[in-house]
Design a protein around this ligand. Structure first.
Ligand SMILES: [Zn+2]
Length: 394
């Protein structure tokens, strides 16, 4: 079914008249036909928004296995006329960065990888189901469609960046940060499911392991040993009772005890036990580290795995706003301009077996991404953050 039409405008000068007259002739080019748009050098998109979303969902790309999705996106974007760069992260894993001939002052970005397991696409009139429907393959499709709309209008200073590994350690974003586009890149519009609201801030994150050590002994003679598990349980209880900082905008610091392990068998006093924790931060990570170390008080070793502070995002007027608690690629793309965050779908759908994206929200997202890029390009380079931003990055 044809959903979108592209409008081509032909100007024809009239000879031998004192006043030049131009006749405008409108022609409509359905996007499902791959035919050139006269005078633009573009080829029409052979896939509409929903087809592209389903096609992307049907290519499995669980973190670590993104090659096929990267190959498809590279070929698709090249066929549309983009210059495509592959940023190798490791063998058979690469980010896809697409640009037009113009320098990309605004880059639309999200990730290609998904959590397991792969779930093929299905649909009804209202929604598209499948792994990555909202996190983040529908977003990839919406961003490409928005870039195509902009390009058809002659707005070319837009790039597209699709990363690998966001669902693990954002290794793709870290590699991309080592290859920032030229200093012309002023804004990065990152896509994650925010219900199409513009996020004004994201919580920070602190991931750590607690390692408790004891001494093994026969369980009938516990006085001969020192239980690492009991030590760890005491530490974890104190952490659960802890008062963490809160923030007026970002709310509460939260702490999840995500993994717990230790011991060997029931009749052995355990010599080792560990727990992996993830805290979502609303203020400086160092302040939280100090509280944590005070609570642990040397009863377990604290091993920090990853850390980043909360981020105030760039915002513009005219968009409904929100605050998000989850982590994105944004902290690792610090050299790609001022960060913004918006995308269709709900984070409550992401990572679930019934993951879906609403078709209405997908269409809206195309309009939002294109509108946001237009308004940023209209102000970029001449506007200081305070003039259009309600919150500058920090
Ligand atoms: Zn995501």
């Amino acid at each position: 079914m044809v959903v979108f039409f592209r409008v081509a405008v032909h100007h024809r000068g009239t000879k031998n008249t004192k006043v030049t007259q131009r006749k405008l002739k409108l022609r409509y080019y359905p996007l499902h036909k791959s035919e050139p748009v006269p005078g633009s050098g573009l080829t029409t998109n052979p896939m509409d928004l929903f087809e592209l979303t389903k096609k992307l969902i049907d290519i499995p790309s669980v973190t670590g296995d993104e090659q096929a999705a990267g190959e498809f996106l590279s070929a698709h974007l090249e066929s549309l006329g983009y210059k495509v760069e592959r940023q190798e992260v490791e063998k058979d894993r690469f980010n896809v960065f697409a640009t037009t001939a113009a320098p990309p002052r605004v880059v639309l970005s999200t990730h290609m990888d998904t959590v397991p397991p792969h779930i093929a696409a299905s649909e009804n009139d209202e929604v598209i189901y499948g792994r990555g429907a909202c996190d983040a393959k529908g977003i990839i499709a919406a961003q490409i469609t928005a870039a195509e709309q902009l390009r058809a209008e002659g707005v070319n200073e837009v790039g597209l960046l699709f990363t690998v590994d966001e669902e693990a350690g954002s290794e793709g974003a870290r590699i991309a940060n080592a290859h920032p586009p030229a200093s012309e890149c002023e804004y990065l519009i990152n896509g994650e499911p925010t219900d199409n609201k513009l996020a004004s801030a994201t919580k920070g994150s602190l991931r750590l392991t607690l390692n408790a050590r004891g001494r093994s002994a026969h369980s009938a003679y516990p006085e001969q040993g020192d239980s690492a598990i009991e030590k760890l349980l005491d530490v974890l209880q104190d952490i659960r009772d802890c008062q963490w900082p809160s923030d007026a905008l970002l709310g509460e610091t939260t702490c999840n005890i995500g993994v717990i392990s230790g011991g060997t068998r029931a009749n052995v006093i355990p010599a080792e036990a560990s727990a992996v924790l993830q805290l979502r931060l609303v203020n400086d990570a160092n302040a939280v580290k100090s509280i944590l170390e005070m609570v642990v008080a040397g009863r377990a070793e604290v091993e920090y795995l990853s850390v980043h502070d909360p981020i105030r995002l760039f915002t513009v007027g005219g968009f409904e706003q929100c605050v998000v608690r989850f982590t994105t690629d944004i902290p690792y793309l610090s050299r790609w301009g001022q960060p913004l965050l918006i995308g269709p779908g709900s984070i409550f759908q992401a990572h679930t077996d019934g993951e879906y994206i609403s078709k209405r929200e997908l269409r809206e997202a195309v309009t939002l991404y294109a509108g946001l890029a237009r308004s940023l390009l209209a102000t970029a380079g001449v506007t200081h953050a305070g003039e259009i931003a309600e919150g500058a990055p920090r």
